[in-house]
Design a protein. Structure first.
Length: 118
């Protein structure tokens, strides 16, 4: 099993930056691809970014491409999401998740709130 804990959320002005971190427990972190998702009030949870087990491949939603960067450190059991040029529409609770399959996610964190003011 993997336990995931996100941190780094907060309030930022439009155009600003935040860096989210996700700390994972367990000794098998490198066997999971990791993803970031977000859910805004009244909306469904949506995919933000994904990084492969080794970190060599990354994938992004079109809405964040060029502004967000996902990275991981398998030695430290962590995955980060660097968010630049933030927009009010990026306001949401952000979740990290661990995946053992190409499409599904097996474990989820509790989420961290990101609020972008205009």
């Amino acid at each position: 099993q993997v336990q995931l804990v996100e941190s780094g959320g907060g309030l930022v002005q439009a155009g600003g930056s935040l860096r989210l971190s996700c700390a994972a427990s367990g000794r098998t972190f490198s066997s999971y691809a990791m993803g970031w998702f977000r859910q805004a009030p009244g909306k469904e949870r949506e995919f933000v970014a994904r990084i492969s087990r080794s970190g060599s491949s990354t994938y992004y939603a079109d809405s964040v491409k060029g502004r967000f960067t996902v990275s991981r450190n398998n030695a430290k059991n962590s995955v980060d999401l660097q968010m630049n040029s933030l927009k009010p529409e990026d306001t949401a609770v952000y979740y990290c998740a661990a995946s053992t399959s190409p499409t599904g996610y097996d474990y989820w964190g509790q989420g961290t709130q990101v609020t972008v003011s205009s």
